[in-house]
Design a binder for this molecule. Structure first.
Ligand SMILES: Nc1ncnc2c1ncn2[C@@H]1O[C@H](COP(=O)(O)OP(=O)(O)OP(=O)(O)O)[C@@H](O)[C@H]1O
Length: 260
């Protein structure tokens, strides 16, 4: 079966002058069609670097990346839809204009894009902000528009790089349940970076835990909760067990007071 993404034996070392830093060491994993996979790992473990390799912004030293059935050439771009940590909306276009542009890039003609953008904005509760410019929106609203742009982009794989990292706790929680309900209606293949164990457990079908750099995948966790999911998960004992398990994988032995 063809996967949405295959990362096979990928290694990456950054060299600068005489020094070099190995960031990824023989990393392999895949994302199935329609699957939501999260990457969680210590700070500096190369999660964003992986996205840069998949998105063609950096070149791997070894290994292969396939999107769908296509092996991507080094530095080949445009094959994924990408949502960064900070909303990257076009400041000179209105909110509706930003969405229309994503639809037009996806091949929808201008008149239809105009109509469809308004309908989508209504679906995410932003119909009244259609004519505003991005700078006039709150951080959470900007991220909703940014997510919608990624969702409407034509590429089948969405790579979301800690999209809620800069939001306050309450807004973040709202955004998680919002994303979940939208994604559950229209299951795209997603690779999601997060630092939050709860967020990964709430959203994902599978979680890949990375080690410190040079990073390897040290654990794959199948998330067993049925969908649709909601805040009832917080009180599920299995949720708390998995949370503890991931936490202990991410916490180095010395900071737990043990010896390795
Ligand atoms: N272009 C680059 N040149 C040199 N070193 C780099 C470059 N990009 C990333 N690095 C280094 O690679 C390592 C991994 O960085 P990366 O941003 O991928 O980690 P991360 O897991 O996404 O971190 P965080 O969770 O803190 O966002 C870091 O030590 C970083 O300094």
């Amino acid at each position: 079966m063809t996967h949405a993404l295959d990362v096979v034996g990928v290694s990456k070392t950054f060299a600068s002058g005489r020094t070099s830093k190995a960031v990824l060491d023989d990393v392999s994993f895949h994302v199935k069609e329609g699957e939501f996979v999260s990457l969680i790992g210590p700070s500096g473990s190369g999660k964003s670097t992986l996205f840069h390799l998949i998105g063609g912004l950096e070149k791997a030293n070894a290994g292969e990346i396939r999107i769908g059935s296509r092996r991507i050439a080094p530095l080949e771009r445009g094959l994924i839809s990408y949502m960064p940590q900070h909303a990257s909306l076009l400041p000179w276009l209105s909110v509706a204009g930003n969405i229309e542009m994503a639809l037009e890039i996806a091949g929808i003609d201008r008149m239809e894009a105009r109509q469809s953008a308004r309908q989508w904005l209504a679906r995410i509760g932003l119909e009244r902000d259609a004519d505003s410019y991005p700078h006039a929106l709150s951080g959470g609203m900007q991220q909703r528009v940014s997510f919608l742009r990624a969702l409407l982009s034509p590429q089948p794989l969405m790579c979301l790089d800690e999209p809620f990292g800069s939001l306050d706790a309450l807004t973040r929680q709202h955004m998680q349940t919002w994303l979940l309900s939208l994604w559950e209606e229209d299951r795209r293949s997603v690779l999601f970076i997060t630092h939050s164990i709860e967020e990964a457990l709430l959203l994902s079908d599978r979680i890949l835990v990375l080690s410190t750099a040079p990073a390897k995948v040290i654990r794959e966790i199948m998330v067993p909760f049925p969908r649709p999911r909601g805040e009832q998960l917080w009180s599920d004992p299995v949720f708390n067990e998995l949370k503890r398990e991931i936490y202990s994988l991410l916490t180095p032995a010395e900071s737990k007071g043990g010896h390795s």
